[in-house]
Design a binder for this molecule. Sequence first.
Ligand code: PLP
Length: 462
Amino acid sequence: MAVKVLLNEDEIPRQWYNLAADLPSPLQPPLGPDGKPIGPEDLAPVFPMNLIEQEVSRERWIDIPEEILEILYRWRPSPLRRAVYLEKALNTPARIYYKDEGVSPPGSHKPNTAVAQAWYNKQFGIERITTETGAGQWGSALAFACAILGLKCKVYMVRISFDQKPFRKLMMNVWGAECVASPSMNTQAGRDVLAKHPDTPGSLGIAISEAIEDAVSDRSGKTRYSLGSVLNHVMLHQTIIGLEAKKQLAKIGEKKVDVVIGCAGGGSNFAGLAFPFVADKINGARIEIIPVEPSSCPTLTRAPFTYDHGDVAKMTPLLAMHTLGHEFVSPPIHAGGLRYHGMSPLVSQAVVEGLLTPRSMDQLHCYESALFWARTEGYIPAPETSHAIAAVIEEAKKAREEGKEKVILFNWSGHGLMDLSGYANYMEGKLVDYPLPEEELQESLRSLEGLPKAPIVKTGRW
Ligand SMILES: *Cc1c(COP(=O)(O)O)cnc(C)c1O
């Protein structure tokens, strides 16, 4: 029985898929501080224009430059694996497939966009890139991409992860990047937060403020900022995952997928796998598409769809998205990559439209699922990925109860070999569930007061 489906280099997809071209209800435009839609030139101090063009593009297919593919060949096309050992252990009639994004040098899906972003920055004449990182996967992915392309890289790492995950920082250093704990004394945004909350664990929102401030205050004009998730061009770069998966499923003779699952922090690994299947759903296919988030950071399942800033210092434009409020500081759960207050506007609009059915998971259930996976399939997943696995196991059990031969596809967004301290805490019984208390949610949503409301536009077809 085939348990892995590989593609050759010459079978790699040569275009990215842009869901913005096909969403039945339009994306709401980003707004400036005055509440008016912003134009590409407003983003120019922060991002290079070639990436801004992708951010606002409504073209369905965008060519992947040959030089980017040359770099991606190091690990792409990534394997599509079938989780036969898990299927057997669960005694399910479902066939479970997953894209293994853990095979990239930094160990997650993130270099798919890091390489593309670094390449476009270099094309535009940029010499240095700043960014934030939560668990450290994004920082290490961008550090890797900058090393390959010969760019300087500075990473602001959320303090709690900086302390919990020293090895991610060391990976960045190996790839030649500088990494500081955020909030830091390097920026006004960081100094402001530290003055008010000297013991803060930090947050992605704070780290983003610092990284943007660093980029826009470089007078030489040779520094830009890079974001690892949330934005349209990031979702775009990740669609290579789902496009490869389609070719691989066809190669192994699967005609139809019933369930598509990915964990969702800012939405990029989920979108990367799911968007090509969302296109099928828009065109009439019956597929259940499930983003999975932590119950401690329930952006899609409990937070409103409205305009909000991407960062605490309000340096980013207002984006129409599901958001817990830009001042949200997540409880320190171990899935650091799933702690962001907002969600990709593309993913959010697809949820509004009813194309996706989000689900939330408690931390302990995720670790239990991750151990079950590791003890059957063998690979140790990232704590983020364990959220997808928990949903996959639920769906596989449901298929067993219904006696249905479903095809379940999910994104194995990364390995957990740098996250073993989280596993240690779980196995020692030190972790607890922390579904976000309603009062804390309401408190956090208060930072949305006074911001424009995003219109809820949907066709009602799903
Ligand atoms: C960063 C990360 C995530 C969450 O980010 P998305 O943009 O939602 O994909 C999930 N899994 C892994 C392994 C990550 O590194």
